[in-house]
Design a protein around this ligand. Sequence first.
Ligand code: MF3
Ligand code: CO
Length: 248
Amino acid sequence: MITIKSKEQIEKMGAAGRILADCHKEIAKMIRPGITSWEIDQFVEGFLAKHEATPEQKGYRGYEYATCASVNDVICHGFPKKEALNDGDIVTIDMVVRKDGWLADSAWSYAVGNISPVAEKLLKVTKEALYKGIEKAVPGNRIGDVSHAIQVYAESQGFSVVRDFIGHGIGSEMHEEPQVPHYGPAGKGPRIKEGMVFTIEPMLNAGKFHAKVDLDGWTARTVDGSLSAQYEHTIAITSQGPIILTEQ
Ligand code: MF3
Ligand code: CO
């Protein structure tokens, strides 16, 4: 069942979203060669505590960290590590914030120092793909219209769209209905209605879309070793169209 959120509930999710967006803005300033994703994770714990918010991912199905930190060929769900990020790396930091019982979810990919032209283009196109999807998230459209817009744009730029991980409804639980794939036909899937809140979080690969999960049970990588990037927002649907609750 897709739950419809009230104006008050959406405002609470917006409060979580603003904290999350501000946290990403701080992370953007910290990212440089030599920093570790462990330090970023520690920073996030402190930042959220200061804002009387909590990291929802910590303890979720046994996950041990506030953030996911996914470097280069890691698609998503990488563990924060006490290992320096290097010049030329790309890293996606993903987190879910709980504030006053309500959640927001946003991931952002960052360039570490100077990155290759391909990595640069992958970041740009993945972010643009997210916004192409958001544009289609209007009442009356279907989820497939969002999915399709993302896939068409990503593939037109020579990149592939990960199939194994998708966007999702969100509210007082991290994963609610509907499911929001980032690929597939237009005109299919649930009708988008006012009061729905869901994430759009495309993961694009520079090579093929296939993913595999490490023996740790979490870390998802590209099978071909190619780079992967991700941008994610939590959006609320209003009669006027989508509002981005995690806009930086
Ligand atoms: N933020 C994520 C999502 O989009 C990842 C959740 S996995 C976790 O659903 F266990 F780390 F929380
Ligand atoms: Co998500």
